[in-house]
Design a protein around this ligand. Structure first.
Ligand SMILES: [Fe+2]
Ligand SMILES: [Fe+2]
Length: 286
């Protein structure tokens, strides 16, 4: 398809050049028109190529593209295995137009601090632990306490907050055991394998097996927790603030929104970057 577009573009460039000569344009004008047309054809080709990739692959290659997906309400973490063309069809969005927005974001200069896909396994594991796991440990209990407080005070007028508090408790419980499995089993195994390979040695079988057995169940946890958070968002009507509520209500909704944003990034880094890298390394080392 890309080839067809480039051939079509070349023909267009030729026609433009002939037209320019006949209409008396200068050689400089013609060169500029050719350049502009070629750039436009390349942009279209890249956008079409992007539409064949999954959302997870696109965001894993450049996290800055997540803001385009967030803008259109496209799930890039738990539901990131869907090709862009399919996600666009489901949302009624023109894939070429979103492809151009993605290319515009990608064309901005990127620093290594944002280029997560280029990070090594140990660095990625430590980063996730020190940012996202630390955030969860610091905030999960506080959000649960606030959720129960607003359920008590506002539950009669806003019954949805009672359900939100119950669902959030389940998330907190599931999250605690999920983090334990990552911190006590998966991440240490990943880091030992990474260090062993860097030393030119063969990783231990128990570490390779730990990766093989952990990844599927951890991804199932991500999906379950992601769905529960989506239910909370729906109950909270996208975190729209009612008029008759107190400050704690406002703080709780803001914290839930922040929790959801942090979790999307956290799950994206694991599902789309760390886990595929770890799976690949354990496959080639086994
Ligand atoms: Fe994690
Ligand atoms: Fe996780």
């Amino acid at each position: 398809m890309t080839m067809t577009i480039l051939l079509r573009s070349s023909l267009t460039v030729l026609l433009l050049a002939v037209t320019a000569v006949w209409s008396g344009c200068s050689a400089e004008d013609t060169t500029q028109m050719k350049k502009t047309d070629r750039e436009s054809a390349l942009r279209t080709a890249k956008a079409e190529d992007t539409s064949m990739k999954t959302i997870g692959e696109i965001v894993a290659a450049d996290y800055r593209t997540s803001k385009v997906f967030a803008k259109y309400g496209i799930d890039f973490c738990c539901g990131g295995k869907v090709p862009l063309s399919v996600a666009c069809r489901e949302k009624g969005i023109d894939p070429a137009s979103i492809g151009r927005e993605i290319e515009a974001v990608r064309s901005e200069p990127i620093g290594r601090s944002q280029d997560y896909a280029s990070w090594g396994l140990s660095f990625l594991s430590d980063y996730i632990l020190n940012t996202h796991h630390a955030y969860l440990k610091e905030n999960t209990g506080q959000i649960a306490a606030y959720a129960h407080k607003i359920a008590e005070v506002h539950g009669a007028r806003h019954p949805e907050v009672i359900r939100i508090a119950v669902i959030y408790d389940t998330i907190a419980t599931d999250m605690a055991s999920h983090l334990r499995q990552e911190e006590e089993v998966l991440f240490p195994a990943i880091k030992r394998i990474d260090a062993t390979r860097k030393a030119g040695k063969t990783p231990e079988t128990k570490d390779l097996n730990a990766i093989k057995t952990c990844l599927a169940s951890l991804q199932q946890d991500h999906t379950k927790i992601g769905e529960a958070l989506q239910t909370i968002r729906n109950l909270a009507k996208g975190y729209a603030m009612p008029d008759d509520v107190c400050n704690t209500y406002v703080i709780t909704y803001n914290m839930l929104k922040e929790f959801e944003g942090d979790l999307h990034k956290h799950v994206h880094m694991e599902n789309n970057i760390l886990f595929p890298k770890a799976a690949w390394v354990s496959e080639v080392s086994g």
